[in-house]
Design a protein around this ligand. Structure first.
Ligand code: SF4
Length: 346
């Protein structure tokens, strides 16, 4: 399917949304994500960027970006995908989740028409930036949830592939199977959040559900595309060691013990202003994860512990990381130079 763009004025371009069905003259149902918003004429869905205009669902994020930056790939975070490279990262606004601890809430929860810092860029301008940036492997759809700018992402992703570059999606995983299937044709690598392993947590703190996220993770794994998982450890909210053990057991069982797992430290943000995750707690959960998974990393921390990659088979250090500086020392064509174990895409 190809999106249709409509220019309402020089500054306001909307694009007809993909993935929705008509319920009546007045209402449409968006089928892009598991919220299945039923949207009345003149209203918007939960993500605030998809709106019903005269019985047709439009998205108003087309061609306008809240941020476009050249980032180290490690910042996504992706640690086993072209380590040491850069990626042109872009975001828009809106999100289909309402995480009380969102670190990008200014854009993810922006009130329609009230976020003035959007920058209009054509697809060609973006691709040119990616081609000309040093060490850049392609585009990352990130900062806010890319699912809500699906139409922009799918068009860009096709062009990126035609250029021989890579596509990366950093996502909360809250997307329906059909649109995800369409994306899987073009996206090379995913980092997907698994925020907790309790339905109540997802319902109360993110306004969404756990099960569709688990299904997304399984669908991506089954596709063979590169997958890394991030889990933000929040004291008191998802810091029950037994539940965390269930979570990593599920990851190891359903996605495999070689699944790259980023355990991230919480810092107060948005509506959740409690203390940061104590380092001792983070280390304890790191040890639990390491009992089940071969590649576990610490994120949002000012320590080198939990940042290097060692080969799980022979123990050789393969990649050393100092913040976002990276030294690739023991990898050749994606394999450990000592035992030839394949653990990287590069
Ligand atoms: S993408 Fe937005 S409008 Fe569509 S179902 Fe999800 S939250 Fe609702």
């Amino acid at each position: 399917m190809f999106p249709i763009r409509i220019i309402l004025s020089k500054l306001f371009v909307v694009e007809r949304a993909l993935y929705y069905e008509t319920l009546s003259d007045e209402r449409v149902r968006c089928t892009l994500c598991p919220h299945y918003c039923s949207v009345s004429k003149g209203q918007r869905g939960i993500c605030k960027v998809r709106m019903n205009r005269d019985g047709i669902l439009f998205t108003d994020v087309d061609g306008k970006y809240s941020a476009v930056n050249l980032d180290p790939i490690e910042k996504k975070p992706l640690y086993h995908f072209y380590p040491g490279s850069s990626i042109l990262s872009l975001g828009t606004k809106g999100c289909n989740l309402k995480c009380k601890f969102c670190q990008n809430h200014e854009i993810s929860q922006a009130v329609p028409g009230k976020y003035p810092y959007m920058r209009a860029l054509s697809d060609e301008e973006i691709l040119e930036m990616a081609r000309e940036s040093r060490n850049c492997i392609g585009l990352a759809y990130t900062y806010n949830e890319p699912t809500v700018f699906f139409e922009t992402m799918i068009v860009l992703a096709r062009k990126v592939k035609q250029d021989g570059l890579k596509n990366v999606m950093v996502s909360n995983g809250y997307i329906n199977p059909d649109p995800l299937d369409e994306l899987l044709e073009y996206i090379d690598a995913f980092n997907i959040d698994l925020k907790a392993f309790r339905r109540g947590f997802y319902r109360i703190y993110t306004h969404s559900q756990l099960d569709p996220v688990l299904e997304t993770l399984k669908q991506v794994r089954k596709s063979g595309k590169h997958l890394e998982v991030t889990h933000l450890l929040i004291p008191e909210l998802n810091s029950d060691a037994k539940v965390f053990e269930e979570l990593v057991t599920w990851v190891a069982g359903e996605l495999g013990p070689d699944t790259i797992f980023h355990l991230s430290r919480f810092f107060p943000a948005y509506q959740l202003l409690s203390e940061p995750t104590p380092m001792e707690l983070l280390y304890r959960f790191y040890d639990i994860a390491k009992d089940y998974l071969n590649y576990v990393y610490l994120g949002n921390v000012n320590t080198r512990f939990g940042s290097d990659t060692s080969c799980h088979h022979c123990g050789q250090i393969l990649v050393r990381r100092f913040d976002y500086r990276v030294e690739v020392t023991g990898v050749e064509k994606g394999r450990c130079t000592t035992c030839r174990n394949k653990i990287f895409v590069c």
